[in-house]
Design a binder for this molecule. Sequence first.
Ligand code: UDP
Ligand code: MG
Length: 162
Amino acid sequence: MLQDQEAHALQMERTFIAIKPDGVQRGLISEIIERFERKGFKLVAIKLVVPSKAFAQKHYYDLKDRPFFNGLCNFLSSGPVLAMVWEGEGVITYGRKLIGATDPQKSEPGTIRGDLAIVVGRNIIHGSDGPETAKNEINLWFKPDELTNYTSNQEKWTYGVN
Ligand code: UDP
Ligand code: MG
């Protein structure tokens, strides 16, 4: 058992998570951060920003042909967004599980959208959907010197390694 733990090499990855203007305005920042923090994921970057519409269009570029694209970009640029980078093993995929399905009507109870949102156009949070998107979104929202590198005091207890 101990040997297994010692052999376990950390496979750290990073994901981009944003609390959208509705989540900020509804006072859900601490509730959302707490869920990622309690899971054991590590916060490596955070800032409150009002993105321009052009910036929102870049962020959601993949959805440019969808009918809701314009409204979505207007909404994302309508007020402060809490932009974050979270780090941990499996954080991209598991972060999406914590968030829940895109449509809050289909999100399971216990997920962020399941517990805290009702309609798809106001689903309070964004999370990268894969490794490539995560890399691109982190680079879009943060400069390299805004990303911290540190060892969390909790890591040896969260992962069972020294
Ligand atoms: N969205 C919408 N109507 C839709 C589908 C999506 O308003 O029918 C919005 C919703 O806010 C969603 C965002 O567009 O979070 C991005 O859509 P995506 O499919 O990437 O969902 P996500 O990755 O956020 O779960
Ligand atoms: Mg998406």
